[in-house]
Ligand binder design. Structure first.
Ligand code: PLP
Length: 477
């Protein structure tokens, strides 16, 4: 047996060994009446630990291909060619083979910890449930006024909701559009996914901000896109960097979250917004404006969305109710030229046959109610208080050991430690102390940075969370 597993490829060694044995059985290289190599000798032949062979044999046994009996070694299953015998598929191999990539392990770990433990949560990019319009939603649901059709709705989403969104974006985001140019999606996330799947092809070059929410999404990689990060500083991205990237890589699309960006909390200054639109028009590169946070401004100055400044039709505009009402409604929308919207709607119909009628109805009632303004006002006030509390406690505990951008809206704050720290080690220590945050390395290329979200925790929890974070920071010195 001259074969050895390949350590350079990503596939786990035990899977490679299991596949090798399975193919050998099918091709007759391992005769049915002879024992397979013992665990120890196979480990020696393959140059791996015995535990790796044990894992490979366990998988083959679970799949019904081999039988293991104490004393008589490992035999090929006598029923292997008996089609009536029930076998379990090699699920692990299917799991590893899919083209849609899983979340990166740190992200999975954060998700598991926030789902399953009582940690103070400064990691999840969402509001705490007391900030949802709970009473309003309970009242309209209790009033039994739901009369909409419960059949499959229009493929772009419920017309009433689309009309409401048209009014909403005209009033709050200075965007002039019409229902035919709106597609209702399952959150902003699905809108981003639809754009990637329908308007781009493998090998296309796209620009995302670094750091950014988009950077953290494996959906770009799953689609085979080449992702080029453009650095976000306190003053946003540098438009000249965009031109350089375009000259080198023929950029096909630009993904931006210009207002109270996740994770930096920054607002792209007006001048750069204008310059980026000019670049987009000059080179004909579409911009995907992802805008879940623009209504959460802490001042009365409402920054203009790129879409509202776009006279050419270069911007596809995405937003949702997740950060201004409740993410569980899963109401998002995308606005753009009707030909694009129809293409995306056709794909959405294939994916899920449209969004829940009840949720669309609730979303429409909420957005068109008089209470909407009251809610947004209360939300902004509360988030501003939480931001200030965060700043106060960061200053008290960390003093000049940390630098941060002061967010003028939204729910995220980006912090950079002045000394070299390993943010993953800090994350692990922090979890032990009782707090969790998002390490910068999952959101971009910059070192020594973390994202703290102040939308999810109460002021008291923010205080305790920063205290725990500080203890963890001291421990990893
Ligand atoms: C910038 C940005 N875009 C999109 C999303 C997805 O949000 P949703 O699908 O809940 O609307 C998020 C969530 O955190 C986000 O921060």
């Amino acid at each position: 047996m001259g074969w050895k597993p390949d350590r350079k490829i990503k596939k786990p060694l035990y899977t490679q060994i299991a596949e090798y044995i399975e193919n050998g059985i099918i091709e007759g290289r391992f005769p049915v009446d002879k024992p397979l190599p013992s665990e120890r000798s196979l480990a020696d032949l393959c140059g791996v630990n015995r535990s790796t062979v044990v894992a490979a044999y366990s998988e083959l046994e679970a799949n019904g291909l081999i039988e293991r009996k104490k004393g008589s070694g490992t035999m090929i299953s006598r029923d292997i060619w008996d089609l009536t015998k029930k076998r379990i598929p090699s699920w692990n191999r299917y799991i590893e083979a899919g083209t849609f990539l899983p979340n990166i392990p740190v992200m999975q770990r954060i998700r598991k910890q926030t789902d399953e433990s009582d940690l103070i949560n400064l990691a999840s990019g969402e509001l705490s449930s007391d900030l949802f319009p709970n009473e309003f939603l309970r009242d309209i649901l209790a009033a039994n006024q739901f009369t909409s059709n419960l059949g499959y709705d229009h493929q772009q989403g419920n017309l009433e909701l689309r009309k409401t969104i048209v009014d909403h974006v005209r009033k709050y985001r200075e965007i002039v559009t019409e229902p035919a140019s709106v597609l209702i999606t399952s959150g902003a996330q699905q809108a981003i996914h639809l754009v990637i799947e329908c308007l781009l092809k493998p090998g296309d070059a796209v620009v995302v901000e670094d750091p950014s929410y988009s950077y953290s999404l494996p959906i770009f990689k799953s689609a085979g896109l080449k992702v080029f990060p453009l650095t976000v500083t306190k003053n946003g991205i540098n438009p000249a960097g965009l031109i350089d990237l375009h000259k080198k890589h023929q950029i096909k699309m630009i993904f931006l979250n210009p207002i109270f960006q996740n994770p930096t909390g920054t607002l792209l200054p007006y001048k750069q917004r204008k310059e980026i639109l000019d670049i987009s028009s000059k080179f004909g590169i579409p911009i995907i404006e992802d805008d879940p946070y623009s209504l959460l401004s802490f001042s009365d100055d409402h920054p203009a969305t790129l879409k509202s400044m776009d006279s050419n039709g270069n911007v596809l505009y995405i937003s949702s109710l997740s950060k201004i009402a409740a993410p569980g409604l899963r109401i998002g929308w995308i606005i753009g030229p009707t030909s694009v919207i129809e293409r995306l709607a056709d794909a959405k119909q294939q994916f899920d046959f449209g969004h829940s009628s009840i949720s669309q109805w609730v979303g429409s009632q909420f957005l068109s109610s008089d209470y909407f303004d009251v809610h947004i006002h209360l939300l902004r006030e509360e988030l501003r208080k939480r931001r200030d509390t965060l700043i106060n406690h960061l200053n008290d505990y960390f003093g000049n050991k940390i630098k941060y951008y002061i967010p003028m809206g939204g729910i995220h704050m980006w912090c950079e430690f002045k000394r070299d720290i390993d943010e993953i080690l800090l994350l692990e220590e922090s979890i032990k102390e009782g707090v969790i945050f998002a390490p910068g390395s999952i959101l971009g290329t910059r070192k020594r940075c973390i994202r703290i979200t102040y939308g999810r925790a109460t002021e008291e929890q923010i205080h305790q969370g920063i205290r725990h974070l500080f203890h963890a920071y001291e421990k990893i010195k």
